[in-house]
Design a protein around this ligand. Structure first.
Ligand SMILES: [Zn+2]
Ligand SMILES: [Zn+2]
Length: 104
């Protein structure tokens, strides 16, 4: 699945988009992640100069809450999610995917 909002191309694999995900939906502590849609590198901040990590490829988990990276508590961020995270200024508009009204 393609991210709705991305900050850049992945500096690790050079092919993926660094999509913004929100995780912890339905909890008191929703949090943002930056995830490459190709190699699954994860950044905890919308800044690729910060350290990144690779999840276990067979059982990818969120580094913050340890729930499944692709689980139901997580999704590619919507525009409202970006505002909640305070990351709306980090998006590169040229990399935007589908508009919000196409989110399933
Ligand atoms: Zn990548
Ligand atoms: Zn999480």
């Amino acid at each position: 699945m393609t991210p709705h909002y991305s900050i850049d191309y992945c500096p690790r694999c050079g092919a993926g988009l660094l999509g913004i995900r929100i995780c912890g939906l339905g909890t008191d502590e929703p949090h943002g992640l930056v995830v490459c849609d190709e190699c699954e590198s994860i950044w905890l901040e919308p800044d690729v100069t910060t350290p990144h990590q690779y999840p276990d490829a067979s059982d990818a988990r969120c580094p913050k809450c340890s729930d499944p990276l692709w689980g139901p508590q997580s999704r590619w961020a919507t525009s409202a999610d970006l505002v909640q995270l305070g990351w709306q200024d980090r998006v590169d508009p040229q990399l935007n995917g589908e508009p919000d009204d196409h989110i399933a």
